[in-house]
Each structure stands twice: as structure tokens, then as C-alpha cells.
Design a protein around this ligand. Sequence first.
Ligand SMILES: [Fe+2]
Ligand SMILES: [Fe+2]
Length: 186
Amino acid sequence: MGKLFENYVASYCLDRIDSREFFDIVGDLYNTDEVQGLAQYPQHSTINRLDHIRSVTYMSYVYCKKLSLDHVAATRAAMLHDLFYYDWHDGDWSHRPHGYRHPGFALKNARVLNPAISKKEENIILRHMFPLTVIPPRYAEGWVVTLCDKYCATRELLIADHVRFRNKFEEKKVELLYFKELLADA
Ligand SMILES: [Fe+2]
Ligand SMILES: [Fe+2]
């Protein structure tokens, strides 16, 4: 559990740690107005959708690499897995039921943003809400992304709504950056 949390916290420190390979894979998507614009939408409590997506994407990248899976496809799909342009808390009937429908909205938007999207990436996006949506991911990479999504969602709710978890998060961030700086100086 400790490593999972460390990688989650690292997703908030990508400008301070060595994340060149990560951004080589996904920087072209991350730096678009469409993805950056997701910062305006709340995702889980006070955590915005851009922060959520960056965490899910970074963790998917780390764990798919560790498992020798297709980390490029997983990372690129994870970056677009919640690419929808509305606040899902707004109660608008056209988004309902949001939990079931937003993977389809995200996939449609992902195809516009990245016309070269692969079938595997499409499946990862479309199936990321399993088991809420009943068809499971077809690829191992899709399982990693859906698990990272659930881990991040849970963490975000805890951090946003409980001061104890927020303090733990802030402490870990300081610790992580302190050790990275020590390593860089060595
Ligand atoms: Fe989602
Ligand atoms: Fe998500």
C-alpha cells in the first residue's frame, strides 16, 4: 500500500521529479487546451478532473511498466479516460446516468483529439468504469487503468474530505521531494 500511495503523491510532483519518459509518451495530449481545460471541472469533492486524470495516468504508466505491459497504450488511454466537458454534479439530464455514459462521451472526444487512437486505447477508455458498466476491459492494460482509477478516486475523496488524510498527503509530498533532491545532489 505504501508504494501505491507514494506513486499517487508523485503524480503531484511531476515537475520536480524525473518524468521525461512519461511526458515523451503523453505530453502531446496533456498539453492540449482540451485536457488542460479539465482543471475547471470538479471531479471528486475539491479535486479537479485534470489532477485526477494526471494521477490515474501516472499510476497506470508506472504499474504497466512494472508488469511489462503495453505502458504506452495504457498511458495514452488513461490520459483521455475522463475527457468530457461538463461538471457531472450539475444535474443536467442529458449526462445521466453519468457513471454509465461518460466512458462513451470520453471515447467520442478522445477520437477527435487523437484521430490515431488505437483499438486497445479505445477499449481501455470505454471499459474503465467496470464493474459499474458490466462489460470488463478486454486487455490487461485496461484492468490496470480501471484499478488505478478506483484507487485515485478513493484517495481523492479521503484527501479532500478528511484533514488526517490531507496532512498525510502533504507530508508524503515533502518527504518525496526531499529524498529526490538528496538523490539529485549525490
Ligand atoms: Fe471515469
Ligand atoms: Fe477517472
